[in-house]
Ligand binder design. Structure first.
Ligand SMILES: [Zn+2]
Length: 322
């Protein structure tokens, strides 16, 4: 399978520069993301923007140039519309205080909820009409956002199990649209542990170590969080195949470094850390690596000139090959 050398940025960041940056950095994949706090309707906002005249102009050009454009979205509140709460509250989660709420996510012990999520994933795939067979449709962007209802507690579902049940439902939905579709299980937020439930055959691992120390390598033995993430990844690879695993890193996540406020700062890219991390990931047999590259956009270029995309691409090429 050919390796993935990619970036994930915000829909708003797309500009003509990205056509050149993908080419110059030899990038194979560009993920389109939205910052998505639960309750803000971010998926609807993206879908509306895509349907406007020229809403897909850059995306179409990237695809014509051979770049896989994929959508990487926190989408549970879109897959399971919140207004269903009045009709069927059992589809929604019970929070840690024992209160059933539609604030985010779902109850994964509810067959009706999983069915709705599957149908939603089918509809979303149909609207997005991406060419790539890989789907990155995630739980809402929230922590401590699992279900603690009686059924989920009796089944001892941890955060990873709840993520797997949801990913399996999403995978069934996208497969109904595209028989070759695969779907991501995101090891992030509440899912930083091992699942006891098996992923469906078309579910792959996506590993996103957001809470790491971004200023030193993941493998730095003097750190606590990095090595804990390394152990988690090694454990997850006893459940998932390394060949289909994706890493989603933060080396160029300039929204993070800009405090989620425009204008963007100059991205603090640590090439040595990116190199050491990529060496570690590739040593585990992982061939698919992307980094967030949010807030690297037209305005970034005006303020700071060329971002370090070529340098990043060369590091990935060094370990993953062309
Ligand atoms: Zn539950």
């Amino acid at each position: 399978m050919k390796p993935t050398r990619g970036v994930v940025l915000l829909y708003e960041d797309l500009c003509d520069h990205w056509l050149r940056w993908c080419r110059e950095g030899n990038l194979t994949s560009l993920g389109v993301h939205k910052i998505a706090l639960p309750g803000q309707g971010s998926v609807d906002a993206l879908l509306e923007a895509l349907e406007k005249p020229n809403g897909r102009r850059i995306i179409d050009k990237l695809e014509e140039a051979g770049v896989d454009v994929e959508y990487e979205l926190h989408a549970l509140e879109w897959l399971l519309p919140r207004d269903l709460f009045a009709k069927n509250p059992a589809m929604f989660r019970v929070n840690a205080d024992g209160v059933r709420t539609s604030d985010c996510n779902l109850c994964p012990s509810s067959p009706e909820a999983l069915e709705r999520v599957s149908e939603g994933a089918y509809k979303l795939a149909k609207i997005l009409r991406q060419k790539s067979h890989r789907y990155f449709v995630w739980l809402d962007d929230a922590a401590k956002a699992g279900c603690s209802c009686e059924k989920c507690r009796a089944a001892k579902l941890n955060g990873a199990d709840q993520g797997i049940l949801t990913a399996n439902a999403i995978a069934a939905g996208v497969k109904a649209y595209d028989s070759q579709a695969t779907a991501a299980y995101l090891a992030y937020a509440d899912a930083k542990c091992l699942p006891n439930i098996a992923p469906a055959e078309n579910v792959f691992l996506e590993f996103a170590p957001m809470d790491r120390d971004h200023a030193r390598p993941l493998t730095d033995p003097a750190d606590q969080r990095g090595p804990a993430y390394c152990r988690l990844l090694e454990d997850l690879l006893t459940v998932f195949s390394a060949e289909t695993t994706h890493v989603l890193e933060y080396w160029l996540d300039n929204a993070l470094y800009s405090g989620y406020k425009m204008p963007p700062v100059k991205v603090p890219f640590y090439a040595d850390i990116c190199d050491a991390d990529t060496e570690f990931y590739s040593s585990l047999g992982i061939p698919h690596i992307k980094t967030f590259a949010s807030y690297i956009c037209e305005e970034y270029h005006t303020l700071h000139g060329e971002p370090p995309i070529v340098e990043y691409g060369m590091i990935l090429e060094k370990y993953l090959g062309l």
